[in-house]
Each structure stands twice: as structure tokens, then as C-alpha cells.
Design a protein around this ligand. Structure first.
Ligand SMILES: [Mn+2]
Length: 322
């Protein structure tokens, strides 16, 4: 007789043997990385009081700093020492840990909670659901519903909202909405989270968005849109790379576009590329060719060169799938 395998829960991992735990999100943390790590951090602190839990993130953008738990987070690289457990949320590979990657090889046990299709299952315990909208959605499934308080619900809801584009991207499934409904019923201030952490832009962010949209160009009979920002642009618009979030999603909305490519310079001659797709085109394949990764419809990579040759390399790669 085959016994039904019991679903793994956080209670199975955070046992009495775990005394120290580092929780880590990905580089340039977005709403899902910040929301899911903050939710897990609070959950561990409040439910496993014998565990010394630490949250490590690169400093999130200001609009996410309202999240409960962040006032106790560390934004700098810790001294190397062993933790009983190292947990990553929303991190697709071991080179994307952000400030506390140095703790990963030293940890006694590692635990990966994620939803990236490209995740190679790098930890001792891996819970990776590529169908989930967000890491927050995966994490919710691991939690005991009775232990989700309003702060934890707020952090989870923020992760859901950001990675699903307020439940509009195609990664939004029935389960995403059922999780959101449950969190809403727990009293999460949903419209405030959506407006203040997702929809609103500073004037500078609006202006750089306008510049990119104004100057972006169509290729391959209008199937690919490409836009870019140099370090020079960033300094003249007085913005940092955190202010460029959401630009590629706006580019994607142009009619007829199958793929949007947004190229921005992070240091002289080094370009981060954000890719978005409409329809079935798999941009994580294109990103993977250049050593990056992500999801089918949202991926990224880093390429060295100049804007014209980075653009050419990406267009040549995308032409193989279009
Ligand atoms: Mn995510």
C-alpha cells in the first residue's frame, strides 16, 4: 500500500535543533523578495522563540521599508560564521544571495523556498513551485494558517501583489487569488499596499520612464521593443537603478510586441537586461544564454559591452524564437 506523502511544512524544518537561522532574499530585492523574507522572519521569531533568526537583504527601496520586520533587518554583509539553518526566499541561484551569500557555504543546513523555473534546487531542502505567482505564495503554503498574524499576512500580500502585478500577470492562478482572499480577510490594508508600494512613482521615476518610452524602438516587424538607460542618463535624471523598476512592464504593453528588452548600465560597460514576454515566448531561455535566468515571461541577465552590441546580441538571440 502506498502511503500519501505528507506535505512538508515549516514546522518540520524549524525544529528544536535549530538555534540560529539566517534568512536571505535575492540581490536588488523586489517586493516578493522583501515580502517573503520579512514574512518568514516574523513567523520564525514569533513561533520559534528559541531560534536566533536574522534577516539579511540589500537595502530595499523606500516604498517597501514600511514592511513589518524590516526595522530589525541587516543590510550589510555579516562576518562569516556558521548558522544552523540558512533559508533563501525568492533566490533562483547561489550567485544571487545579495549581502549574506558568505553564510551559505558555512551553514549546517540549507533551505530554498522559491518559484523560479530556472532554480537548480541548490539547497539541502528545496521547495520550488514554478507555477506559483510568487515566493510569498509558496511560503504561505508552508505556514500553519493559525500562526499567520496581521504583520505576516501584510508581508505575504505585498509579495503576491508585486510579483503578480496586482494579480494581472499570467502567473496569477486561482490559488494566488485564494491566498490573497485569505490574507485580505485577515485585515491586510490591501489598497494602501497596492498604491503606496506598487503603483506610485516619484516624479523622477515618472520622468525616466517617460524618457525610456519616448526613445524605445521596435524591431522584427514590431515584435520586439528595446529601450535603454545609461549611467549618464541616470545621473542627469538623478535616479538610481531602484528607480527603473516597472519600466520594462510598461514597454511590454505596446500592441504587437512579443518581447520587451530593457537595457540599463549598472557600471561602466556593464549592462543589466530585463526581459518580458507576451504570449508563449520564453525569455528565460534568452536570459540563460547570457548566464542569467528567471521565469518564462520575466527574466534577466547581465552583459558587458556597449548598448548597440548588447542590443544586437539580444535581438540575434530572440530572433531564434520569434
Ligand atoms: Mn519572486
Amino acid at each position: 500500500m502506498r502511503r500519501k506523502k505528507k506535505m512538508m511544512k515549516l514546522d518540520d524544518v524549524f525544529t528544536q535543533n535549530i538555534k540560529t537561522c539566517a534568512i536571505v532574499g535575492h540581490v536588488s530585492p523586489d517586493g516578493d523578495a522583501v515580502g517573503s523574507t520579512a514574512a518568514l522572519f516574523l513567523y520564525v521569531r514569533r513561533n520559534y522563540p528559541w531560534i536566533d533568526a536574522e534577516l539579511y537583504l540589500e537595502r530595499p527601496k523606500e516604498s517597501l521599508m514600511f514592511l513589518p520586520g524590516l526595522s530589525d533587518a541587516f543590510f550589510e554583509t555579516p562576518e562569516e560564521s556558521t548558522r544552523d539553518l540558512f533559508v533563501s526566499c525568492d533566490v533562483s541561484s547561489t550567485d544571487r544571495f545579495g549581502v549574506a551569500g558568505n553564510l551559505f557555504p558555512l551553514a549546517k543546513k540549507t533551505f530554498c523556498i522559491d518559484h523560479h523555473v530556472s532554480n537548480p534546487l541548490f539547497a539541502d531542502i528545496n521547495v520550488v513551485d514554478a507555477e506559483a505567482s510568487s515566493c510569498a505564495e509558496v511560503l504561505y503554503g508552508l505556514m500553519d494558517p493559525a500562526k499567520i498574524d496581521l504583520d505576516i499576512a501584510t508581508a505575504l500580500y505585498t509579495g503576491l501583489v508585486h510579483d503578480s502585478g496586482v494579480f494581472q500577470y499570467s502567473n496569477t492562478r486561482g490559488k494566488t487569488l485564494r491566498v490573497a482572499a485569505d490574507l485580505l480577510e485577515r485585515g491586510v490594508p490591501a489598497s494602501r499596499i497596492i498604491d503606496e508600494s506598487f503603483n506610485q512613482r516619484t516624479m523622477r521615476q515618472s520622468r525616466i520612464l517617460g524618457k525610456v518610452l519616448q526613445e524605445s524602438e521596435l524591431y522584427m516587424d514590431g515584435k520586439v521593443i528595446v529601450g535603454s538607460v545609461t549611467l549618464g542618463d541616470m545621473s542627469s535624471f538623478e535616479v538610481t537603478k531602484k528607480d527603473l523598476d516597472g519600466i520594462v512592464s510598461e514597454m511590454r504593453l505596446v500592441q504587437g510586441v512579443l518581447a520587451a528588452v530593457f537595457i540599463y548600465e549598472t557600471e561602466p560597460g556593464v549592462f543589466k537586461v530585463s526581459l518580458r514576454s507576451n504570449g508563449d515566448l520564453d525569455v528565460s531561455r534568452a536570459a540563460g544564454t547570457f548566464g542569467g535566468g528567471g521565469h518564462i515571461k520575466a527574466a534577466g541577465c547581465t552583459i558587458q559591452g556597449t548598448i548597440p552590441n548588447v542590443r544586437r546580441m539580444l535581438l540575434d538571440e530572440l530572433a531564434k524564437y520569434i
